[in-house]
Design a protein around this ligand. Structure first.
Ligand SMILES: [Zn+2]
Ligand SMILES: [Zn+2]
Length: 202
């Protein structure tokens, strides 16, 4: 089972809302990956830069390498003088970027923290739980299959050795097959669990 399945996050916090609104859903994955490695301030900066990038793209602005980071710095950086800041705003506005709207949508590191600890953690927990349940169910079924094979093997061997059964060396295979009553498909149980259910229900 793949552990890199995309985590679907359906939240209504500010971070989730802007990620939706700017159509940058890959940020969910990136935030999850960088969480714990990068500081919340780094993540804040990264998310906001991606929002700015999306806004610039939307305005059909040609975005050069490093330009987003540079504009972001000019807009919010502590070191930027007011004159330079105003100039940067004007350049973006001339290119039809709604600077005020984007800046309103910028998220704080507190919002990132809330999103990571509340929204994402819940999503991950759910995912982990599901994976564990699947693994444990698979183990239960396979253990039972192995036991059935072993008991069958033993029973047949006894009959053969008592010369009640005419048989040379043999192997026992146990397949558990599941029939979906909705569509009539047959599934080998392991494949069914791995696939996550019957095709007709997906
Ligand atoms: Zn959220
Ligand atoms: Zn079915």
């Amino acid at each position: 089972m793949s552990t890199t399945d995309a985590v679907t996050v359906d939240c209504n916090c500010k971070v989730g809302r802007v990620i939706d609104q700017y159509d940058v859903s890959e940020l969910h994955e990136e935030l999850a990956e960088r969480w714990g490695e990068d500081s919340l301030r780094d993540l804040e900066q990264y998310v906001n830069q991606q929002l700015l990038r999306a806004a610039m793209h939307r305005a059909d602005m040609e975005v050069l390498d490093g330009e987003v980071e540079n504009f972001y710095n000019l807009l919010v950086g502590d070191e930027t003088s007011e004159g330079v800041r105003v100039e940067a705003r004007k350049r973006l506005e001339r290119a039809s970027v709604d600077v005020e709207a984007v800046q309103d949508d910028f998220v704080s590191h507190q919002s990132i923290h809330t999103h990571l600890t509340e929204c994402l953690d819940t999503a991950y927990e759910q995912n982990r739980d599901d994976e564990e349940r699947i693994e444990s169910a698979t183990n239960t079924v396979f253990a039972l299959q192995n036991r059935t094979a072993a008991v069958t093997d033993g029973t047949l061997s006894q009959l053969r050795d008592a010369e009640v059964l005419a048989l040379d060396e043999f192997d026992v295979f146990v397949d558990v097959n599941v029939t979906c009553e909705a569509c009539g498909r047959h599934h080998e149980v392991g494949a069914l669990i791995e696939r996550g259910g019957c095709e007709c229900q997906q």
